[in-house]
Design a protein around this ligand. Structure first.
Ligand code: BYC
Length: 330
C-alpha cells in the first residue's frame, strides 16, 4: 500500500511539519504553496484541480456549438461571454495546479490521452438552443452548489480561484434561467423544447455530484483534509432542494415521479440516479466522450504554432533584456 492510499498518518515525515500542517487545518487556516504538505494531500489536490480545469475547458464545447446559431445578437454576445469565462476558469485552475508542481503541458497530455478525467456532464449532446438555457440553470446551478463550499477549501490558491469562478457561475446560472423564462413565455412549441431539454439534462446533472457517498472512495480523505467540505450526497440534496421551486416558477416538470417534499426530513425525496450510466460515462462510454476528446486534441495540435511563437518571442525578449543589461554594465 502506498502512503497516499494509506492516508496521511502512514507517511514518514518529521513530526513538527506534520503537526504544523494538522494545526493549520484544525484552525481552518489555508495551506499555501510553500508550506510543507503530505504527498497524498498534494496529489489529491492535483487530481481534483486538474479534473476541474479540464471540465471547464471541455465544458466550452457543448455550448460553444451554439454560438454561431444563437437566435439573436444579444443571445450570441451573452453566450460568447459565458464560454470565454469558462476558458478563464480553466486557466485559473491550471495555474492553481501549477503551484503544486504540476506541469500544464503534462496535464493537457493526460487529458487528451484519456489518463485524466473531466466532468461526466459534458459528454451529452446539446440538441436545441433550450439546452444552452438548461445547462446554465442546472449545470451552473450544480456547479454553484459544489463550488461555493470550495471557496473554503484548505488549499489557498484553489480556494481563492473559486471565489471569482463562483461569482461568474452565478451570472451563468441566471442567464440560463432568464433564457428559459423567455422561451416558456413564447409558443407551445418553445415550451415543449424547454421541457424536452429539462428531461434530458436532469439526471446527468444529478450525476455531476459524483457517486453516492458509500461508493465515493475519495470523499472521507478529502473531507478530513478539508479539500471537500461536504459529501457528494449532501450537495446533490442541496441542489434538488434549490431547483424544485425554480422549476415550479418556470412551469416545467422535473422528470422524477418520486420527487416530493419530505416534511420530516426537511428535504425532497427523489429517485436514485442510474449509477451504471455514470460509471459508463466516466469510463469513456458516454454519447459524446470520443468527440469531446478528439476536438480538444485537435485544438491542442492546431494551437502548437501559437505556443511555439509565444516561447520564441519570450526568448527573444529575455535575450534582448540580457544584452541591454550587459551593454549597460560595459
Ligand atoms: N464526472 O471519490 P469520488 C463547470 C470520479 S465544470 C467524472 O466521489 P471526488 C462548468 C472522481 O474523479 C464543473 N468523474 O471523487 C463548466 C473519482 O475518480 P479518480 C466541474 C467523476 O474527487 C463549463 C471517482 O469518480 N466541477 O461547472 O472526491 C460550463 C470517484 O469519485 C465524477 C468540478 O470539477 C463526474 N461527475 O469527488 C458549465 C468540481 N464524479 O479521480 C459549467 C470539483 C466523480 O479517483 N471537483 N468522478 O480516478 C469535485 O468537487 C470532486 O472532484 C467531485 C468528485 C465531487 C467531482
Amino acid at each position: 500500500m502506498t502512503a497516499e492510499q494509506a492516508g496521511p498518518a502512514a507517511e514518514r515525515v518529521p513530526p513538527d511539519l506534520q503537526e504544523r500542517f494538522d494545526a493549520t487545518l484544525a484552525r481552518d487556516q489555508r495551506v499555501e504553496p510553500r508550506d510543507w504538505m503530505p504527498e497524498g494531500y498534494r496529489r489529491t489536490l492535483v487530481r481534483q484541480i486538474a479534473q476541474h480545469a479540464h471540465s471547464e475547458i471541455i465544458g466550452m464545447q457543448p455550448e460553444g456549438e451554439w454560438i454561431t446559431r444563437a437566435p439573436s445578437l444579444r443571445r450570441k454576445a451573452i453566450l460568447f461571454a459565458k464560454v470565454q469565462d469558462e476558458a478563464g476558469h480553466g486557466l485559473y485552475l491550471y495555474a492553481a495546479a501549477e503551484t503544486l508542481g504540476a506541469d500544464r503541458e503534462d496535464l493537457t497530455e493526460r487529458l487528451i490521452e484519456g489518463r485524466q478525467k473531466y466532468s461526466s456532464i459534458f459528454n451529452y449532446p446539446t440538441l436545441t438552443f433550450a439546452d444552452v438555457g438548461v445547462i446554465g440553470w442546472f449545470v451552473d446551478g450544480a456547479a454553484i452548489c459544489n463550488q461555493v463550499p470550495l471557496c473554503r477549501s484548505s488549499y489557498g490558491p484553489y480556494a481563492r480561484a473559486m471565489v471569482r469562478i463562483c461569482k461568474e457561475e452565478s451570472f451563468h446560472q441566471r442567464q440560463g434561467y432568464e433564457l428559459l423564462m423567455t422561451m416558456v413565455r413564447g409558443t407551445a412549441a418553445q415550451r415543449e423544447t424547454v421541457q424536452d431539454a429539462v428531461n434530458r439534462w436532469w439526471w446527468p446533472s444529478l450525476m455531476m455530484f459524483g457517486p453516492p457517498d458509500d461508493a465515493s472512495p475519495n470523499s472521507a480523505r478529502s473531507m478530513a483534509w478539508k479539500i471537500k467540505r461536504h459529501t457528494n450526497d449532501e450537495l446533490r440534496r442541496r441542489f434538488v432542494d434549490m431547483t424544485v421551486p425554480q422549476a415550479e416558477r418556470l412551469g416545467v416538470t422535473l422528470p422524477d415521479p418520486e420527487l416530493r417534499w419530505n416534511e420530516e426530513r426537511g428535504h425532497h425525496d427523489f429517485s436514485t440516479p442510474d449509477w451504471a450510466e455514470l460509471a459508463a460515462v466516466i469510463k469513456g462510454d458516454g454519447p459524446c466522450n470520443a468527440e469531446r476528446v478528439a476536438r480538444r486534441r485537435a485544438a491542442h495540435e492546431e494551437g502548437a504554432w501559437v505556443r511555439e511563437a509565444a516561447l520564441a518571442h519570450a526568448a527573444k525578449v529575455s535575450a534582448r533584456a540580457a544584452a541591454e543589461r550587459e551593454g549597460a554594465r560595459a
